[in-house]
Design a protein around this ligand. Structure first.
Ligand code: C2E
Ligand code: MG
Ligand code: MG
Ligand code: MG
Length: 285
């Protein structure tokens, strides 16, 4: 672009733009180091069913930066996707999730928990994605039926038949699929016909204003009805207030996730909080 603009074009030397380019490549270099130094850890956020019974957790990545402390995924996932680093990162995270599932499997108080892991488009479209997931499950001995993969609508672009084939191979082994951030993308409903999802996830943006905004309330109710008529389960994300959960329950939603039930926590903390709650409740939770 600088070339086409001709000689004497100062845009290329715009200090702000230059600084942004440098910051980006610095972050990319740091991401590579972080991966090699195992600075990525998953935190787990509770997902509950009827009467707040714990069903499992969504795993969410955190970067433990040696200088900057804990960094959330919104600050680095997009760059990891653009650079392709999401592929090796995703593999490390899948291994972590499988090891966690094994640890819970060995724990009589927690052996029924499921884990949902977010998968980016780049990961799903890797030629050996399915082989890697199946090999990791087999190598770790993780309970396959307890693993759920969350895909967003943006991951579903491209060859839908190929995506369907990948999903079917994993589903044949017992892996579940949830359609994350449902209703926020621009995909057509025909994806629901062609791809074997088990669950729709109502996006936080609908839940946030559900009590004040009748359109958000109606859309949430419509998503619950759509899921029911297709035989899919539905989980609402971003539930912060009891009244939001009550309204969603009235619409027929039976699974919930959000700060109301629990914030994302490191595995050890998640396990001990849940174990204590279950023992106190006589294993009802
Ligand atoms: P997501 O999959 O939709 O995850 C839900 C996000 O909402 C998480 O943010 C979670 O901490 C946040 N959240 C949960 N409950 C509440 C609530 O009640 N109120 C509010 N305000 N927020 C809530 P987080 O951890 O920052 O993750 C952001 C996004 O980054 C995720 O959105 C997902 O798209 C992506 N992501 C996170 N972990 C991974 C990962 O391991 N792999 C990939 N590929 N993407 C990931
Ligand atoms: Mg998710
Ligand atoms: Mg989501
Ligand atoms: Mg969301």
């Amino acid at each position: 672009e600088a070339k086409r603009a001709g000689r004497g074009c100062l845009r290329f030397f715009d200090p702000a733009m230059q600084a942004a380019v440098e910051a980006r490549s610095a972050l990319e270099a740091e991401l590579r180091t972080a991966l090699a130094c195992r600075q990525f850890q998953l935190v787990y956020q509770l997902q509950v069913g009827d009467r707040s019974a714990a069903l499992g957790a969504e795993a969410l990545v955190r970067w433990h930066h040696p200088q900057r402390g804990v960094i959330g995924p919104t600050e680095f996932i997009a760059l990891a996707e653009e650079t392709g680093l999401i592929v090796p990162l995703g593999r490390v995270l899948l291994e972590q999730v499988c090891e966690q599932l094994c640890a819970w499997e060995r724990d009589a108080d927690l052996d029924d928990l499921t884990v949902a892991l977010n998968i980016s488009a780049r990961e799903l479209h890797e030629p050996d994605f399915v082989d890697f997931v199946l090999a990791t499950l087999a190598r770790t001995g993780a309970p396959v039926r307890r693993l759920k993969l969350e895909l967003t609508e943006s991951a579903l672009v491209g060859d839908v038949d190929d995506i369907a084939a990948r999903m079917h191979r994993l589903r044949d082994h017992g892996v579940g699929f949830s359609l994350d951030d449902f209703g926020t993308g621009f995909s057509s409903l025909s994806y629901l016909k062609r791809l074997p999802f088990d669950q729709l996830k109502i996006d936080r943006s609908f839940v946030r204003d559900i009590l004040e905004d009748t359109v958000d309330a109606r859309l949430s109710r419509a998503i619950v009805a759509l899921a029911a008529s297709l035989g899919l389960s539905v989980v609402a994300e971003g539930v912060e207030l009891a009244a939001q959960g009550d309204m969603l329950r009235e619409f027929g939603c039976r699974q919930f996730q959000g700060f109301l039930y629990g914030v994302p926590m490191p595995a050890a903390e998640f396990s001990s909080v849940l174990r204590a709650a279950r023992r106190e409740a006589g294993a009802v939770v």
